[in-house]
Design a protein around this ligand. Sequence first.
Ligand SMILES: Cc1cc2nc3c(=O)[nH]c(=O)nc-3n(C[C@H](O)[C@H](O)[C@H](O)COP(=O)(O)OP(=O)(O)OC[C@H]3O[C@@H](n4cnc5c(N)ncnc54)[C@H](O)[C@@H]3O)c2cc1C
Length: 377
Amino acid sequence: MTKSAEFAVVGAGVVGASIAYGLLKRGHSVILLDGAKTDPRASGANFGLVWVQGKGPGVPEYQTLTRISSDAWQEFARELADAACDTNNSLAYERNGGLAFTFGEDGFQERKNLLNRLHNERGADGDDIEMIDRAEVQRMMPDFELGEEVSGASFCWRDGCVNPLRLHALLLQAVENLGGSIHWNAKVKSVQDKNGSGWQLSTEAGDMWAGHVVVASGLGAKAIAKQLGLDVPVRPQRGQVLVSQRMPKVMGLPASTLRQTADGTFLVGATKEDVDFDEGTSLSAAAKLARNALRITPMLKNMNVVRHWAGLRVMTPDGAPIYDFGENASAAACHSGITLAPIHADLFVNRILGAAHDPKLDAFHPSRFAAPAIAQD
Ligand SMILES: Cc1cc2nc3c(=O)[nH]c(=O)nc-3n(C[C@H](O)[C@H](O)[C@H](O)COP(=O)(O)OP(=O)(O)OC[C@H]3O[C@@H](n4cnc5c(N)ncnc54)[C@H](O)[C@@H]3O)c2cc1C
């Protein structure tokens, strides 16, 4: 198995795999290194939304980036299926729009206010989100029984969903098909500069060498990034999700907290908890999630919960991604790695390959978190 390459990507979650895939597609050699069995892995614990609406309060560039990604997803999915030799449409990518339900008049107004704020921050570049009333939601999903409190929803035609486990599997398959070398249980312990000629990575699977190191290690990124002179201030945020038994398809559109998968199960999610690195589940969270789902639809009343999991989001201080670029080293971290997969495979990769400077990623440099300088007399 190859132990040296032009690029070493540290972290084989969906972010690292997307970057490795993008590099290989452009003809570069890549080793993709993953960590310990016990590491948190958001890529195996998420909701599978390719989502635009509601993202980026205070960071208009993030609103734009998710839109670029959403618009690129169809072609990305097609190319990825080809590269991974997947002929079964197993990604189950859909872009029929998505909903965020509102409860009562106040909830409707609150959502409207948030979307107006986002619209104003972004500046008018076309409306892809609208508030729709309860009757319109019902018209869009005639077989879906709405809870009494549902007053309507916001609807964004750019929203969609995908099978996130298949996305990760296909990315890894594509990496292998394109000649990349994946090293599991190869946690990177330290990185040393080889006098400007590249990096030596000391890993649990032995030493490896690369001209450029990309840190995409999720919640494990901080320490490695620091050794490369990069800054990735991420923290864990726990999300718990419930999965129901299967039932015939009644919910035609995904919503931010409830969606019915292609195989008929309902996903109910997700909590937002600051509990450090605790990946445990709790009954109180399950009860809260179930209550919220029943407000949306009484159809779930008699359904069995067949799974309940918790995952740790890779959370940044302002919720927007972090992209840092140094001398022969770079880093990417975000809490929307499914939505942003095309950005990582294309825009991010183009940037580290030194293609013509594209300013779209500039706003995501970690220097935005630096404390403002205090004026001196
Ligand atoms: C409940 C929940 C719901 C979510 N829903 C959505 C959603 O609907 N849509 C969306 O876009 N996103 C969603 N996300 C976020 C998405 O899952 C993450 O953004 C994405 O998975 C992050 O991928 P990653 O590769 O950065 O991190 P991870 O998947 O955590 O992978 C990091 C990898 O780095 C490896 N690693 C760590 N340290 C080292 C080291 N020193 N050496 C080598 N390897 C190392 C680890 O072993 C691990 O495999 C959700 C997340 C959660 C938890």
